[in-house]
Design a protein around this ligand. Structure first.
Ligand code: SF4
Ligand code: SF4
Length: 450
């Protein structure tokens, strides 16, 4: 295996990560909200307002058969199906549930070991059925990325192309951005579960090379190293640079292969990347024969020295989380969902925590960095820093002046929204904001043309 080039980005120096304490509190939200939009199309509700739902019931399905279903993690009543704030800003249709039997974040089941006898076709169907969603915006849902040639999780004439064998399965244990250390914590103290999770993905995918990607200097216990080595799983240490954990850059560094853009389908070059947290969720779901939908979230209120890691039931509203933790958002000035570089600033606390949210930050007024942006001074820093080799200055200007055709021709959809261009810009140009605006407008136009 040949390692590719070091990516451009922000070197994070000799990173010493102080791991936030996992919180023991059991969260029992009274309401859950599930957005129906997915990157692969909208889900169709299978419940009606006022109707009862039971634990494990299907709430919504993708009629095209590609997106994972929405499964209820509790019993209760459907409060409504209506427009709701989404974690990426804006609004979209969502199902709201009043929980009569609030979901436990971590439920314990007896492992009877029967899952160990399942073959790859049975396992891949289970992965789709378990409704697992992921934090990264991958081209296809997990079940389709993991499917071996000829073993797609559903019979579809227009499904994703799974004909290429998987040569590399990369399990990513590097946190996606500075300020979040969930994956790093997940590696400590659960050696057997980590090794079992990766081995299960190997069985499902039939991948020839299995790699656990960690940051250089990341502590790995001897017992984990031995356990992985025994199973033929290789550990690859990656440079401590943001944004190496994002899929195109990780694949480039580890395999030397380029994911074709703008499609962004790593499977097209025989590679799949799975987040270590998703690997754990797949393992627990299949082992327990029950969808493991809670999400590991880092929750921070810097002004109150709050920095927790906890499993949160998917669909929990930020407002409910605050209430359950007996925290007040009285002085709050800004809510960021999804992390300081990759996240979105939200205007409401009534927003659900979905699988794409691995970080919730609430800032008070003195911590909010306010600035006036000024015109570009053509310093070229953003161009030098962009890990995707784009011209962020030009792209953002084209989006600002609504020349969307020009932006698309200048590879707008190659942008992975890492935020480095905006971070290095001395004129404080809101480049990611403008790029996201351009992408959203183009997607809207495409929808109306269909
Ligand atoms: S243009 Fe996109 S990929 Fe390039 S630095 Fe900016 S946000 Fe990152
Ligand atoms: S970093 Fe900012 S000021 Fe410099 S070229 Fe890019 S957009 Fe212009």
């Amino acid at each position: 295996m040949k390692n590719g080039k070091k990516p451009k980005g922000i070197p994070l120096g000799n990173l010493t990560v102080s791991l936030p304490k996992p919180l023991g509190t059991e969260l029992r939200p009274k309401r859950l909200v599930f957005p129906l939009n997915t990157p692969w199309g909208d889900l169709a509700p299978h419940v009606r307002p006022g109707g009862d739902v039971s634990l494990g019931q299907v709430l919504a399905l993708d009629n095209s058969g590609i997106a994972p279903p929405l499964i209820s993690p509790c019993s209760g009543k459907v409060l409504g199906i209506r427009s709701w704030a989404t974690p990426r800003g804006g609004e979209g249709p969502a199902i709201a549930i009043q929980c009569t039997n609030p979901p436990a974040a971590e439920r314990r089941y007896k492992d009877d070991g029967s899952w160990k006898q399942f073959d790859a076709p049975a396992l891949i169907k289970r992965v789709l059925k378990m409704g697992i969603r992921e934090p990264d915006p991958y081209r296809w849902p997990l079940a389709w990325r993991l499917a071996q040639p000829g073993l797609a999780p559903a019979e579809l004439s227009n499904g994703p192309d799974t004909s290429r064998p998987i040569e590399y399965l990369i399990v990513n244990a590097i946190d996606r951005q500075p300020g979040v250390s969930l994956r790093e914590s997940a590696l400590s103290g659960r050696e057997t579960e980590i090794a079992e999770s990766i081995s299960l993905l190997e069985r499902i995918s039939g991948a020839r090379n299995i790699i656990l990607a960690v940051r250089k200097g990341q502590p790995i216990s001897d017992s984990l190293e031995t356990e992985l080595g025994r199973r033929g799983i290789k550990i690859v240490m990656c440079p401590v640079i943001y944004p190496i954990a994002l899929e195109p850059l990780l694949v480039r560094y580890i395999t030397g292969r380029e994911i074709p853009m703008p499609e962004g389908d790593a499977r097209a070059v025989g590679v799949i990347v799975v987040d270590i947290l998703s690997a754990i969720r797949v393992y627990r779901s299949i082992r327990d024969n029950n969808p493991f939908t809670p999400i590991l979230v880092q929750f921070s209120i810097p002004a109150d020295s709050v920095d927790y890691q906890m499993w949160v039931p998917e669909g929990t509203l930020v407002s409910e989380l605050l209430e359950q933790l007996q925290l007040s958002a009285g002085e709050a000035a800004k809510l960021i969902l999804g992390g300081p570089f990759l996240g979105y600033a939200l205007h409401t606390f009534d927003v659900p925590i979905t699988a794409e949210v691995d970080s919730v930050v609430i800032q008070s007024a003195p911590q909010v960095f306010l600035f006036e942006n000024s015109p570009c001074i053509s310093c070229g820093y953003c161009v030098k820093s962009c890990p995707m080799g784009l011209l962020p200055n030009e792209l953002s200007r084209l989006c600002e002046y609504e020349n969307f055709e020009g932006a698309e021709k200048s590879s707008l959809f190659h942008c992975i929204e890492c935020g480095i261009c905006a971070y290095v810009c001395p004129a404080k140009r809101p480049m990611v904001h403008l790029i996201r605006f351009g992408k959203r407008e183009i997607l809207k136009m495409r929808e109306t043309q269909q």
